[in-house]
Design a binder for this molecule. Structure first.
Ligand SMILES: [Zn+2]
Length: 241
């Protein structure tokens, strides 16, 4: 299993690169970019929330709640008054830190359920629904948020899987193949519940087609291609004087 710092850095790096890519392509705005990276990083820490060694996770969650609260006030800065923004900041922070975090840490009874692909898919889809139906965010933004959370969690499971391979001797540790988990027979009833919930969420989730259309549209990517290299290097490469 990879340690906390590896998970934090891995998830932050991946969601940072992906977030910056879609931000530069103009698919998300400033606050969307911050929230996506924050959610990706949070996702990278979520699967280990039930582990005993939770002090660094607490710290990570403090920082994540902080960033989440900032994302919230940036999103609604033009609609709300200063006082409402301050309140939103506090409530957003408190909600992440004391409600969401407590909720997950209280699930320590059935260890290992959280550390699985279907559980993380439920969280991702749940976030999509929350953003779309409750917070009334645009459908594409809601999907981006859910996908970043899920993506961060997948980076986590992938890292655990990679770390279960002993690189020096290229032998498999006993934990190999257990990180990227879809099902475990000992917890079959739990998994049945998870998949039933997942099916329900797939059914209720907002349509994915608008995001798919946006991602397939070549215009933002063409714009991104132009802006990949710094202008100085581009000038050297294409317009030699
Ligand atoms: Zn893990």
């Amino acid at each position: 299993m990879a340690n906390f710092n590896t998970h934090l850095n891995g998830a932050f790096a991946v969601s940072g690169i992906l977030g910056l890519t879609i931000y530069k392509a103009g698919l998300i705005d400033d606050s969307g970019f911050l929230i996506c990276v924050a959610l990706g990083t949070i996702g990278g820490l979520l699967p280990d929330l039930d582990s005993d060694n939770s002090t660094p996770i607490k710290l990570g969650f403090n920082i994540a709640s902080f960033v989440f609260a900032f994302g919230l006030v940036m999103h609604w800065r033009s609609e709300l008054s200063l006082l409402s923004l301050l309140l939103l900041w506090l409530v957003g922070y408190g909600f992440m830190r004391y409600v969401v975090f407590r909720l997950f840490t209280s699930m320590t009874v059935h260890r290992g359920i959280i550390h699985s692909v279907p559980y993380m898919a439920i969280l991702g889809l749940g976030l999509v629904c929350l953003n779309y139906y409750a917070l009334h965010n645009p459908v594409n933004i809601s999907w981006f948020y859910g996908l970043f959370l899920f993506g961060g969690a997948m980076v986590h499971l992938l890292l655990d899987e990679m770390y279960s391979v002993n690189l020096s001797g290229m032998t498999l540790k006993r934990s190999a193949g257990t990180a990227m988990k879809f099902y475990r027979h000992q917890d079959c009833w739990w998994y049945l519940l998870l998949y039933a919930l997942l099916a329900l969420l797939v059914f209720t989730a907002p349509p994915f087609a608008p995001l798919w259309e946006q991602l397939r549209d070549p215009t933002p990517w063409a714009q991104l291609k132009v802006g990949i290299l710094p202008t100085m290097i581009e000038n050297l490469m294409y317009k030699p004087k």
